[in-house]
Design a protein around this ligand. Structure first.
Ligand SMILES: [Zn+2]
Length: 312
């Protein structure tokens, strides 16, 4: 990778973020703030991080209570999307994971298709009646051009090796005036700036790109999408992102609380109690920060609704 010019704004000035970790560093465009991870994580690195545990044992990602909350939030997100698209739309979600969002959209009457590279997650998604799931790389799925009304990239763009060709391909798959909905972590959010390399959503070993609102805007416009709406708050991502980032700053093992919720760690009861208590104490300040930063337009995520321009 190590591009000579920024894929979003074309600038050739980059700076290395001083908060970068030892092994990987965050290189950011001086023009628009879009960053990339250097050196590019190897395929082995990425595979290690997308291990079967990424989607949880038995494909249940979180503790049972949280799993219910996650499903409830996916339904809520589906209703949010449903209000912004036509009834009975043809929807494609790229990187659909276990298919929870598509399942909810399908119940709302939309025709749902998904792509997912993780076999385990795809297997779960494929079991859902009425959803077609493809496991090949996007370009090789044989999807019909000009067919889809809506394409969704939910916390996926930052993982892609080549976002620009993917956006071109998405544009071809979308029919005239098709909608593209994207959410990515916001590297220019207050929580990211305040907590630096401890920022939960930085995930520098897995995220190949790091977006600013300005940069994402430019990238989409350069690739034939018209921005309809851009916001920077998500109940699912922002308060928790701030909370886990605060805990990471305390010098504890990074992401411990998140790993406990995901059942990736088993700790003695006293240790669990300690982590849960700290998280409880951080909840209010984290939620407050998440609210304030988004009011200032600098929330923890960037959520964009765009429309394919007719010329493309
Ligand atoms: Zn740039």
């Amino acid at each position: 990778m190590n591009p000579e010019t920024c894929m979003a704004c074309g600038s050739s000035k980059f700076s290395i973020d001083p908060t970068s970790s030892e092994r990987f560093c965050l290189v950011q465009c001086a023009g628009c703030g879009v960053g990339f991870t250097k050196p590019k994580p190897t395929r082995e690195d990425l595979e290690k991080h997308y291990s079967q545990t990424y989607y949880g044992p038995e494909n249940v990602k979180f503790l049972p209570v949280l799993e219910k909350i996650v499903i409830w939030m996916a339904k809520r997100r589906a209703r949010w999307i449903d209000k912004r698209i036509r009834p009975r739309s043809r929807v494609l979600e790229i990187g659909c994971g276990r298919g929870v969002l598509l399942e909810a959209l399908s119940h709302l009457g939309h025709e749902c298709h998904g792509t997912e590279r993780s076999d385990l997650a795809a297997t779960r998604a494929q079991r859902i009646v009425g959803i077609k799931v493809y496991t090949d790389p996007l370009e090789q799925c044989g999807l019909r051009e000009n067919y889809f009304d809506v394409v969704i990239l939910w916390h996926v763009l930052e993982h892609l090796e080549n976002p620009v060709p993917t956006l071109t391909h998405i544009s071809n798959l979308l029919g005239p005036h098709g909608i593209l909905i994207i959410e990515v972590p916001n590297v220019w959010s207050w929580q990211a700036r305040l907590t630096g390399k401890h920022w939960f959503h930085l995930d520098i070993q897995r995220h190949l790109y790091h977006f600013s609102a300005q940069g994402l805007n430019k990238l989409l416009e350069r690739n034939g999408f018209l921005i309809i709406k851009i916001t920077t708050f998500s109940w699912e991502q922002c308060p928790f992102g701030a909370l886990q980032s605060f805990l990471n700053c305390l010098g504890l093992q990074p992401q411990t609380f998140y790993k406990l919720l995901k059942r990736e760690l088993s700790l003695p009861f006293s240790s669990k109690l300690f982590h849960y208590s700290l998280a409880g104490l951080s909840f209010l300040p984290a939620t407050l920060l998440a609210g304030l930063e988004s009011l200032a337009g600098r929330g923890g995520v960037i959520r964009v609704i765009t429309q394919k321009q007719s010329a493309h």
